[in-house]
Ligand binder design. Structure first.
Ligand SMILES: NC(=O)c1ccc[n+]([C@@H]2O[C@H](COP(=O)([O-])OP(=O)(O)OC[C@H]3O[C@@H](n4cnc5c(N)ncnc54)[C@H](O)[C@@H]3O)[C@@H](O)[C@H]2O)c1
Length: 257
């Protein structure tokens, strides 16, 4: 029960990783505000938790929607201890197909949205010695396609370090979790599964642990960084990728044959 008497806000909390994180935070004692622009997804995540969860429908690109989510956390549960910046999306696989409008849209949610949420939540987090966790991606570290999203995630890593350094003295820790491929039904995976229904199994050979991740794998890492067990961890990027970026498993196999 690492989050007894604490309050958390999870952006994109209706989706795969966000809903798993909200559920895990709640299972460990937190009251949770699930913020999502998809009302049905948010309602499902809240229903799975029960009374100690509330939905706030809106976009992380809109300052008013963020203010409403924070007001709900205060009014209903009394404050804020944990912010998980998780909302993000990507539609464009390659630079060739990325228009300037696509670039701006992916940045607006993935990077600017996290900045807006962090900025608005900071006074509340500072009042209670809280923590922020930004959900990044291995795409911030190496090219795996989706260049606008990847650049935004690389920016999020920089923002994590800025927040850790500036907000640390105010008692707020900020860290990042960078997942590898995770079995969720996000729009990108839906597109990829439409092209190849076996995509997750096909990708398993790139992962030294022999599988892609689950939303629960990522939620566990987010909850560690958000908890007081991680009291001396600030500005870290915890890569949760089954060893994908530890080496080149497929090349190593070629070298050994
Ligand atoms: N699934 C993966 O393989 C994977 C890998 C690395 C990183 N990630 C990261 O994990 C996070 C969650 O991914 P997921 O796979 O669970 O995605 P998902 O699509 O299942 O969930 C994301 C949620 O965010 C919501 N959302 C999107 N734009 C929003 C906005 N502007 N305002 C509020 N809510 C918004 C969506 O409605 C959705 O419910 C993202 O930051 C993603 O980049 C995912």
């Amino acid at each position: 029960m690492r989050f007894s008497d604490q309050v958390a806000l999870v952006t994109g909390g209706g989706g795969g990783i966000g809903a798993a994180t909200a559920a895990r935070l709640a299972a460990e004692g937190a009251a949770v505000v699930v913020m999502d622009e998809d009302a049905d997804a948010a309602a499902r995540a809240v229903a799975a938790i029960g009374d100690r969860a509330a939905a706030s429908i809106g976009s992380v690109t809109a300052a008013d929607d963020i203010a409403a989510a924070l007001a709900l956390a205060q009014r209903r549960f009394g404050g804020l201890d944990v912010l998980v910046n998780n909302a993000a999306f990507t539609l464009r696989d390659t630079l060739a197909e990325t228009t300037p409008e696509d670039w701006d849209r992916e940045f607006a949610v993935t990077l600017r949205g996290a900045f807006l949420c962090a900025r608005a939540a900071l006074p509340l987090l500072a009042a209670r010695g809280g923590a922020m966790v930004n959900v990044g991606s291995v795409n911030a570290l190496l090219h795996l396609g989706n260049p606008a999203y990847s650049a935004a995630k690389a920016g999020l890593l920089s923002l994590t370090r800025s927040l850790a350094t500036e907000a640390g003295p105010r008692g707020v820790r900020t860290n990042m979790v960078s997942p590898g491929s995770v079995r969720t039904a996000n729009i990108t995976w839906q597109q990829r599964q439409a092209r190849d229904p076996a995509i997750f199994d096909k990708l398993a050979r790139w992962y030294p642990v022999g599988r892609v991740g689950t939303p629960q794998d990522i939620a566990a890492a987010i909850c560690f960084l958000a908890s007081r067990e991680a009291a001396f961890v600030n500005g870290a990027n915890l890569v949760v990728d089954g060893g994908l970026t530890a080496g080149m498993a497929v090349m190593a196999a070629d070298l050994a044959t």
